[in-house]
Design a protein. Structure first.
Length: 282
């Protein structure tokens, strides 16, 4: 177990920040991480500071349950390095209502309710749809069409996570591509999983970490995800992942976000750091 020293909070080296591939975790507050990720004696209020210097991105899950205040967002931003990026999961009271078309004002309130405080640290906004929400082309189109595409002059990036099999269809892909909204690649046996590229960046949520493996994933699996992330970043589309349509033709370089989420959550920081190390060495 590491002990607390000043170098644990140093900014990452230049080579660490250069890659367009960011590997991270969901949240930064989880009691078991105090036994295998955070060093002995680290007070809880410094956990974000520590995590953001060992990872390149964090998906904020707390906003799924409740949007925070501008003051809180500003505090989180101030505790992280300049090159760090947050993604935020939008509140469920927006995505789980009767119709998405009725939630457009709520979506705008969330975005305009302080997210500007993140500045350049604001990454993708994740709109996670519940398993009960089937694909409704007209309803989804109204919602996506209403989403602000910039905030204080900075472009916004939106990503949809679908959890109903009805989205596994060409009509959804066409709509998402027309709206230039990314679709989560969910590496899960529980939810529909499609690697079809619909936006100008990639967002993957990997959900197969194992508690019996120190790095969450076997070394070979981390090698494979590193190769896929590199292919995504270079404008490619891994043909070995499940697709609704044919893999996309070669495109321009992209930003890539990979998050190790849920499953054996206690192993996810180790998985993220092990993959980021591979990415940066490639």
């Amino acid at each position: 177990m590491p002990t607390i020293t000043d170098d644990l909070f140093a900014s990452p080296p230049a080579a660490f920040t250069a890659s367009p591939i960011r590997v991270g975790i969901g949240g930064w507050t989880f009691a078991p991480w105090r036994k295998n990720f955070y060093p002995d004696g680290l007070v809880q209020r410094r956990e974000l500071e520590y995590a953001s210097r060992h990872l390149r991105a964090i998906e904020i899950n707390g906003t799924f349950y409740k949007a925070q205040t501008p003051k809180v967002y500003a505090k989180w931003a101030a505790e992280t390095p300049d090159d760090f990026v947050f993604s935020l999961k939008a509140p469920k009271n927006i995505t789980e209502g009767r119709q998405l078309a009725e939630a457009t004002s709520g979506a705008k309130r969330f975005i305009n309710g302080g997210l500007a405080e993140f500045g350049a640290r604001l990454g993708p906004i994740l709109w996670q749809l519940p398993p009960s929400r089937a694909f409704d082309q007209d309803d989804l189109n109204v919602f996506l069409d209403s989403l602000p595409r910039e905030l204080n002059g900075r472009p916004l990036r939106h990503v949809i996570e679908v959890r109903h099999d009805s989205f596994l269809c060409p009509a959804y892909l066409q709509l998402a591509r027309e709206q230039c909204v990314a679709t989560v690649f969910t590496d899960s046996t529980k939810y529909p999983s499609m690697a079809d590229i619909t936006g100008d960046f990639i967002y993957a949520r990997l959900m197969r970490s194992e508690s019996t493996i120190g790095t969450g994933y076997p070394s070979g699996a981390l090698d494979e995800w590193t190769k896929r992330a590199g292919l995504w970043a270079d404008g490619g589309d891994p043909a070995d992942l499940p697709h609704v349509d044919e893999p996309a033709p070669q495109a321009k370089k992209r930003d890539v976000f990979v998050f190790f989420i849920s499953s054996a959550k206690e192993r996810n920081p180790a998985a993220a750091m092990a993959m980021q190390k591979r990415v940066d060495a490639a």
